[in-house]
Design a protein around this ligand. Structure first.
Ligand SMILES: C[S@@+](CC[C@H](N)C(=O)[O-])C[C@H]1O[C@@H](n2cnc3c(N)ncnc32)[C@H](O)[C@@H]1O
Length: 301
């Protein structure tokens, strides 16, 4: 669309009474049935809004996107989710439905900035409270294992909000690693974060054995197969692990607690759960939880 046409479109909205909500903006554009299927919540990643659109409303995606732009002037682009988080890299495909044709967002959190290219890397603003919570638990001069680092939100927020000495940020997706390098430079934390491109399974035995006071594991689907590596990365006196996991609401932490116990047994460690809490609801039957646990060699008291 040309700049002139875009201007005309924005004017058309601004000449009318400014709609206060997405529902109100779509009042005359969707049928009663369609309105019932409209999902009004969305994620904000900088100036990009990411919204889910019900299958039956796919033909109205552009109209919904434009209404979202009209009611939330901070956004320049609206993307719709076009598939599930996929594969090892947990990337969620998204499609631009309105506004500027760019999937690059500049996202701000806790005084740090992140360049995120949606559709190429995993990114979720929903764990910001967790990043703040863990920052407050980190003690002066701690060394952190930031596993599954993505474009760097955990270690970069830790640099800003805690007195940590250093974080090893391990990431397997080359695109996310590129973003991690960019964001480390953007936030001037080169002296605090060591980025490592590779698989946690291989990186830990090669370079992180016994190095960390604390390990964060934000891989809620599949993270359980890296529990041994997390414990092996802890210093000989032991340390703390933050383990994220999707669980059935009915059974809760039962399965992950078993997994922690089994992994600890295999590496000759004992564990003590410090905290076990829900992070967010994921679907009708599933939720994301985090278990903070202390792990130390069995021979130590
Ligand atoms: C759920 S995302 C979390 C990313 C980031 N911590 C965040 O919160 O935005 C998990 C990340 O782990 C990476 N990953 C998956 N398997 C891995 C492995 N074996 N070793 C290192 N990174 C891995 C994925 O590429 C993805 O970027």
């Amino acid at each position: 669309m040309t700049e002139k046409k875009k201007e005309k479109k924005t004017k058309a909205w601004s000449n009318k009474k400014q709609p206060r909500s997405l529902k109100e903006a779509l009042e005359k554009k969707l049928s009663k049935k369609e309105k019932e299927k409209l999902i009004t919540s969305f994620d904000s990643v900088g100036d990009i809004a990411v919204i889910q659109i019900h299958d039956d409303l796919q033909k109205k995606a552009k109209i919904i996107g434009e209404a979202l732009l009209a009611t939330n002037r901070q956004f320049k682009t609206v993307c719709m989710v076009s598939g599930e988080h996929k594969g090892l890299f947990r990337v969620q495909p998204v499609k631009i439905i309105a506004g500027k044709r760019s999937k690059k967002a500049m996202y701000k959190e806790s005084g740090s900035q992140f360049l995120v290219e949606l559709g190429k890397v995993f990114f979720s603003p929903r764990l910001s409270t967790e990043r703040m919570r863990i920052s407050q638990l980190i003690k002066e001069n701690e060394v952190i294992g930031a596993f599954f680092a993505g474009v760097g939100p955990f270690p970069i927020v830790f640099t800003r909000l805690s007195g940590m000495k250093k974080a090893y940020a391990v990431e397997l997706n080359p695109e996310a690693y590129k973003g991690l390098l960019h964001n480390i430079a953007l936030n001037k934390c080169q002296n605090k974060i060591e980025p490592i491109l590779g698989d946690v399974k291989k990186v830990v035995p090669k370079m992180l054995l016994g190095k960390c006071d604390r390990v964060v594991m934000p891989l809620p689907k599949g993270g359980e197969s890296f529990l041994k590596e997390a414990m092996l990365a802890l210093k000989p006196k032991g340390g703390i692990v933050h383990f994220y996991r999707f669980v059935d609401k009915e059974t809760g932490a039962e399965e992950p607690l078993k997994e922690i116990g089994e992994a600890a047994e295999e590496v000759g460690m004992k564990t003590k759960v410090l905290r076990n809490k829900k992070v967010r609801s994921f679907s009708a039957s599933k939720e994301q939880i985090v278990i903070d646990f202390l792990a130390k060699p069995k021979r130590l008291k």
